[in-house]
Design a protein around this ligand. Structure first.
Ligand code: ADP
Ligand code: MG
Length: 622
């Protein structure tokens, strides 16, 4: 058969393959995770396509994955009945079209990043060259002919019509010719452990071909004919030994190698299981499996919603924030994996959580949504609003619990439908350290929530944390602040500034310190904008100490009046002089009792923007 058409790998892809094939990376087995994940994606795709056109499955009704090793030939074959690839798909997806992740991953590797991150960069396929020096991919897509892609990772690959014809029906078959250092991956027992591990959360059956040696007695015929066992398996061992069993029938003992396909995974989805039976490790592994994130999640909540609509969900807070989380804030809304009747509709379904919760990852599974409508129609569905509301509440509940108890999930508590909150929960002013970790990773999202989510603002405000003049580098909530406040104190005081050094040294703060009053420090650029959405908290006004008209609340009106009068007279000429000196630059010069040792301060008008706000509006960042 023809040599096939030759293609050059796109330059970045070629570089990546070079790195991988020469890599001394020890954990080579990750290639199996990547192949299983690709097969699972392909199976998800055909199942989704079958919603609109049930005949799509006719070419191969069973949706499954099969793994078959050959110890003598040192090959490993992975076959799926997924969507498959036609000739063009192969050329594009497996070599000539570089994804943005390709170069990024090469850079990440150069910076010492772990090779196992490969799946996150969208180039997981090439991890096969950790264990193979030659790879053949045969694939059959509905309505197309079966093609074969092949490469020895030497910069080129070939694509040719499969000389065997259509052997697959539908799907993809990947044959790895194992390298010398990777022969263990042709051993069934080695594979079994790995496949079990990597297929734990795959929702399609995965079969592994296992072989058993078995001694059987077979009749001996007059002319010795080799008795066939499993057809096509030319490598099986056969031993013959003649035995007499009866006078009439001659039999012989024969050791045959029987092969059986064994299912290695159970596919009860983790979110369908009762939470009391799921370990933290399982939750954590599931998160890593579907997100491809290698860092463990900080927390999660697993619940079943009942009532107006039924669905199951597990929502996670990732361990780390993606570096571009706030750069892409306005273009990216929360993306959850949405299953409807076990069919994966989308692994990035938007509109289920508000934008400020776009850091949340998770799965949502509902039998109540219609399957046979387009994704667009589904987005309009009124039940989605019900889901979104519930999911948002659950995220807030998870955060509240994280702060008060630092725990993750609680068996079955999630079933309750109660309109939550604090009842029975004693107010905690000291946060669990897990919440502090959350705050330092995703706190900005909560502040954005205060600005954007009027409905849940009261709950979000309780999740806010600030540094303060009394707490130093510790974080305090508004509740914590009030627990330390003077009983005569009418306001919650804050000062916004560029940095902790700047606010700590600010002359505005001195007077407060001397009175033993706490000042919240707002040093994140969004802080002040956020706090302006909260006119008061538990009856106390939130008050900037850099604006005019500030009252402490402990002054005796009469003394203050007479002192003011005295100072006004004594400094009348200085005030006049300053007004002339700064004419046009300032609005007013006034005698103040707000400062201690600094001779003067510049304040902003009661209704104007603060100096800090001006600075932020100039840079227009969030
Ligand atoms: P990713 O899975 O992140 O897209 P990969 O490098 O793992 O990146 O795979 C590249 C592409 O090759 C996939 O997006 C898919 O189009 C195609 N592909 C790989 N394996 C299969 C498969 N088993 N069936 C169908 N297409 C596949
Ligand atoms: Mg992949």
């Amino acid at each position: 058969e023809a040599e096939g058409e030759k293609f050059e790998f796109q330059a970045e892809v070629s570089r990546l393959m070079d790195i991988i094939i020469n890599s001394l990376y020890k954990t080579k087995e990750i290639f199996l995770r990547e192949l299983i994940s690709n097969a699972s994606d392909a199976l998800d795709k055909i199942r989704f396509m079958a919603i609109g056109d049930a005949s799509a499955l006719e070419t191969k009704p069973d949706l499954e994955l099969r793994i078959q090793a050959n110890k003598d030939k040192n090959t490993l074959v992975i076959r799926d009945t997924g969507v498959g690839m036609d000739r063009n798909d192969m050329v594009n997806n497996l070599g000539t079209v570089a994804k943005s992740g390709t170069a990024n991953f090469v850079d990440a590797l150069a910076e010492g990043q772990d090779l196992s991150l490969i799946g996150q960069f969208g180039v997981g396929f090439y991890s096969i060259y950790l264990v193979a020096d030659k790879v053949r991919v045969a694939s059959k897509k509905n309505g197309a002919e079966q093609y074969v892609w092949e490469s020895t990772a030497d910069g080129v690959f070939t694509v040719v019509k499969d000389p065997r014809g259509d052997t697959l029906g539908r799907g993809t078959e990947i044959t790895l010719y194992l390298k010398d250092g990777a022969k263990e991956f042709a051993k069934t027992d080695v594979l079994e452990g790995l496949v079990k591990r990597y297929s734990e959360f795959i929702s399609f059956p995965i079969y592994l071909e296992k072989s058993y040696k078995e001694e059987v007695e077979v009749p001996v015929e007059e002319e010795e004919v080799e008795s066939g066992t499993t057809e096509g398996d030319e490598d099986e061992e056969e031993e013959y030994e003649e035995v007499e069993v009866s006078d009439d029938v001659k039999t012989k003992k024969e050791t045959i190698t029987k092969t059986v396909w064994e299912r290695v995974n159970t596919n009860v989805a983790i979110w369908s299981r009762p939470s009391s039976e799921i370990t933290d490790e399982e939750y954590s592994n599931f998160y890593n499996a579907f997100t491809k994130d290698t860092v463990a999640p900080q927390s999660w909540i697993h619940f079943k919603a009942e009532g107006e609509m039924e669905f199951k969900s597990i929502l996670y807070i990732p361990g780390e924030a993606p570096s571009d989380l706030y750069d892409t804030y306005y273009t990216k809304t929360a993306q959850l994996r949405l299953y409807v009747k076990k069919v994966l509709i989308s692994d990035e379904f938007e509109e289920l959580l508000p934008r400020y919760m776009n850091f949340i990852r998770g799965v949502v599974d509902s039998d109540d949504l219609p399957l046979n409508v387009s994704r667009e129609t589904l987005q309009q569905h009124k039940l989605l609003k019900v889901m979104a509301k519930k999911l948002t509440r659950k995220v807030l509940e998870m955060l509240r619990r994280l702060a008060s108890k630092g725990h993750t999930s609680e068996p079955d508590e999630a079933e309750e439908e109660e309109e939550d909150e604090e009842e029975g929960e004693t107010k905690k002013v000291v946060d669990n350290e897990k919440y502090i970790k959350f705050w330092e990773t995703f706190g900005k999202s909560i502040k954005l929530g205060v600005v954007e989510d009027m409905v849940n603002r009261a709950k979000l405000v309780k999740l806010l944390r600030f540094r303060s003049s009394l707490e130093g580098n510790n974080w305090t909530s508004l509740e914590g602040y009030l627990s330390r406040a003077k009983d005569w104190q009418k306001s919650i005081y804050y000062l916004a500034g560029e940095s902790m050094e700047a606010v700590q040294k600010s002359p505005f703060v001195e007077k407060f310190k001397s009175k033993g009053l706490e000042v919240l420090f707002l040093v994140d650029s969004i802080d002040e904008y956020c706090i302006q959405q909260i006119p008061e908290f538990e009856g106390k006004k939130l008050q900037s100490i850099s604006k005019e008209g500030l009252k402490f609340g402990d002054e005796d009106e009469k003394t203050v009046k007479s002192r003011e009068k005295h100072y006004k007279e004594a400094f009348a000429s200085l005030v006049e002089y300053l007004k002339i000196l700064f004419k046009g630059k300032i609005k007013e010069v006034a005698i103040s009792h707000r400062i201690e040792s600094a001779p003067s301060v510049i304040v902003t008008g009661r209704y104007g923007h603060s100096a800090n706000m001006e600075r932020i509006m100039r840079t227009q960042s969030i």
